[in-house]
Design a protein around this ligand. Structure first.
Ligand SMILES: *Cc1c(COP(=O)(O)O)cnc(C)c1O
Length: 382
């Protein structure tokens, strides 16, 4: 089976992991801080907080912004469940902003219209979480302008987009947001097995996230309510979790990070090859804004309609090609429907979903395999 995405693990990745296994610290050693520094430096942010998944990173990012019951959080329906769930963990009310049918990202126009209505009703969101779908950045300048006008925080869900750029700057610079979150799941751009990171330029948010990752505990005396009893002393000042990444995982991530630009380039070449060879087919191909340089986590195509999607999907799977669908709109999940969302609420994301198929794209996809994917797809579309 040719999967839709997969990791590449090299001998030097394996060696770096073995080095940690032979060392004194499997967790809470020196490799996690090194990985945090390297990812923050790479993306152009001041601080990085490594955690055991992007889901955890989204959760502590929401908590660092004091999201709680009574607050509204808005995101895109075209995302993985975890984006929306992170705000629900904090008890916030979740709502969505429909996508732009060209980029499949949160539409800045739809956001502006919804904010205008929310302002009139005195129900503005406290936080908006744009998702850089498939690796292409959202129009962050427009979203940032709206945040200044209406006063909401921004967390970028860049689970797909480490290595991408927007207006010439790396996604993760946090120039247009408070916090950016990356995922290191094996299908994403670089991997730690499971893992994620929150990056930020805000020192207070960084230290709060660092505490929340590890039980809400601090050893910083300036944060304690009384003087320390001694070097062993710590205080719990928030309700935190064990969301730590291990040094074993961080070693893999650090080693992978050394190849990130090559990975993004390889993904881009695969995407270009699909674009060239599918241009004459009756398909919707992923439009790229001139402001962005995608990291190409996914290659989403759109076929004619729902029936065609089922037929083509099943045909591809029968030919041992592991196509997938990204995403079932989150507001249509039973959990969110029970919270009041319904079919028809976000028609662009619903129409997009009905006809979408994600083709295989990952650095080790061979040209012959890609030719086979294209040939199979063309055969099915005839
Ligand atoms: C993968 C993904 C997540 C969750 O990442 P994990 O590291 O698996 O927790 C969140 N948001 C988006 C958009 C994702 O693709």
């Amino acid at each position: 089976m040719i999967p839709y995405g997969r990791q590449e693990i090299t001998e030097s990745d394996i060696q770096e992991v073995i080095n940690v296994l032979r060392s004194d610290f499997l967790t809470q050693g020196s490799v996690v801080p090194k990985f945090e520094r390297a990812v923050a430096d790479y993306s152009g942010a001041l601080h990085g907080i490594a955690v055991n998944s992007a889901t955890s990173a989204l959760h502590i990012a929401c908590m660092a912004l004091n999201i709680g019951p009574g607050d509204e959080v808005w995101t895109s329906p075209n995302t993985f469940l975890a984006t929306a769930n992170s705000a629900r963990y904090c008890g916030a009310k979740l709502d969505f902003v429909d996508i732009d049918p060209q980029t499949y990202n949160m539409s800045p126009d739809a956001l502006a219209r919804k904010l205008e209505r929310a302002d009139a009703a005195n129900q503005l969101p406290k936080l908006v979480i744009p998702v850089h779908f498939a690796g292409q950045s959202c129009e962050m300048r427009e979203i940032k302008n709206l945040s200044e006008r209406y006063g909401f925080y921004i967390i970028e869900d860049a689970s797909h987009a480490i290595g991408a750029t927007y207006m010439g700057e790396r996604v993760g610079s946090c120039k247009y947001s408070d916090i950016t979150v990356f995922s290191f799941h094996p299908v994403k751009i670089i991997t730690t097995g499971e893992g994620g990171m929150a990056v930020t330029n805000n020192t207070n948010m960084a230290s709060k996230m660092e505490r929340l990752r590890s039980h809400g505990v601090t050893k910083d005396e300036s944060l304690m309510d009384r003087s320390s009893d001694g070097q062993w002393y710590y205080q719990q000042i928030d309700l935190g979790f064990n969301y730590r990444l291990t040094d074993i995982q961080a070693a893999l991530g650090l080693s992978q990070l050394g190849r990130i630009n090559t990975y993004v380039q390889q993904r881009k070449e695969i995407a270009n090859y699909y674009q060239e060879h599918l241009i004459d087919m009756p398909l919707g191909l992923p439009f790229q804004s001139i402001n962005t340089n995608s990291s190409w986590h996914l290659f989403p195509i759109q076929v004619k309609n729902k029936m065609e999607r089922r037929r083509v999907f099943e045909g591809m799977r029968a030919a041992d090609i592991g196509v997938n669908v990204h995403y079932i709109p989150v507001h249509l999940q039973p959990y969110y429907r029970h919270l009041g969302h319904n079919i028809g609420d976000f028609p662009e994301s619903e129409a997009y979903y009905e006809s979408e198929i994600s083709l295989p794209i990952y650095p080790t996809l061979q040209k012959s395999q890609q030719d086979y994917v294209i040939k199979t797809l063309k055969g099915l579309l005839k």
